[in-house]
Design a protein around this ligand. Structure first.
Ligand SMILES: [Fe+2]
Length: 308
């Protein structure tokens, strides 16, 4: 049975983009995030239903993931995760308040997959756009897609069993769903891992170390997914696949690309809750395409080849 993790959720994604103004237009006008801070070559953004200062940092120069931040409960949990990471053999470091704009002290972990994960306890609280007293259902002035919050990230790793072990043994995540070679040869290909009740807070599939497959925004429902697809056509956003449904997590989805080529997802329909006694679901490789794209039942070329 899974342990309760002291990791609360994905807090921020820090991303490289080739052109900051193109990225501003995509994330702010098309997706509807608000630019909350800027410095030369960098932008900080948040979604309307997020209460901390930001959830996305964009940095001009290249493409791909610089790091991802996960918020944890308290400083005791931070120290515990730091210690357990070191015992596992991962490289760790400390960062101080202010090193990340509006973020407090934290622990930086280099995963065995070469991804940088930052754990922190505090980010400046600003509140959601609808507030916490008698809130309206949604903000009337939302732009574009009107993404609610950044929900999860999917990264690529060369050694899936090692990373699943790290996430389980060090950070107390539990696998909600897994992709394996076959029942007879259960070699791990990918894992969708949860630190709370959401089907996945961090997922990974077999691929090159250090790379990002996508990060995803939560939307309300299938209608909102369809409307997002309409806006992507209006704004000439390259769509990878969808609107469709994932077998894995049962989420409805569109994969699309930002102007730099980083893959984004809009995602609705949290298919179930991951309680601590949730029995892990396994997908065998022969049915994996159905697990990923439930209707088409085949993987497109980009899905398996584009990592940034
Ligand atoms: Fe996703």
């Amino acid at each position: 049975m899974g342990k309760t993790s002291a990791v609360i959720r994905l807090g921020y994604v820090h991303l490289r983009v080739t052109d900051l103004e193109d990225a501003r237009n995509h994330y702010s006008n098309t997706l509807g995030m608000e630019v909350v801070h800027e410095e030369p070559g960098k932008l900080w953004l948040k979604c309307w239903d997020e209460w901390d200062h930001h959830s996305l940092v964009l940095e001009e120069g290249g493409v791909g993931l610089i790091k991802a931040g996960y918020k944890v409960e308290d400083t005791e949990a931070l120290a515990d995760f730091e210690h357990r990471s070191q015992q596992f053999g991962a490289t760790t470091g400390r960062f101080s308040a202010g090193e990340n704009h509006k973020v407090g002290d934290g622990v930086r972990i280099t995963l065995p997959s070469e991804h940088t994960l930052e754990l922190y306890t505090d980010m400046e609280f600003v509140g959601t756009d609808t507030g916490a007293i008698n809130p309206e259902a949604w903000p009337r002035n939302a732009r574009g897609v009107g993404t609610h919050w950044i929900d999860h990230a999917l990264i690529s790793v060369d050694d899936p069993p090692l990373i699943e072990r790290f996430m389980t043994e060090v950070l107390d995540f539990q696998p909600a769903e897994r992709a394996i070679e076959s029942i007879e040869h259960p070699n791990l290909i990918g894992s969708w891992m949860s630190c709370g009740e959401s089907p996945h807070d961090l997922a990974f599939i077999k691929g090159p170390n250090g790379k990002l497959h996508h990060f995803a925004y939560h939307l309300e429902d299938w209608g909102a997914i369809l409307r997002a697809g309409d806006i992507f056509s209006m704004d000439d956003v390259p769509v990878d696949i969808g609107p469709t449904r994932h077998g894995i997590t049962r989420g409805t989805t569109i994969y699309f690309f930002d102007p730099a080529g980083n893959r984004n997802e809009v995602f609705a329909g949290l298919g179930y809750r991951v309680h601590r006694d949730f029995p892990t679901i396994n997908w065998t490789a022969d049915q994996l395409a159905k697990g990923i794209f439930y209707h088409a039942r085949e993987l497109n070329e980009a899905f398996t080849s584009v990592f940034t």
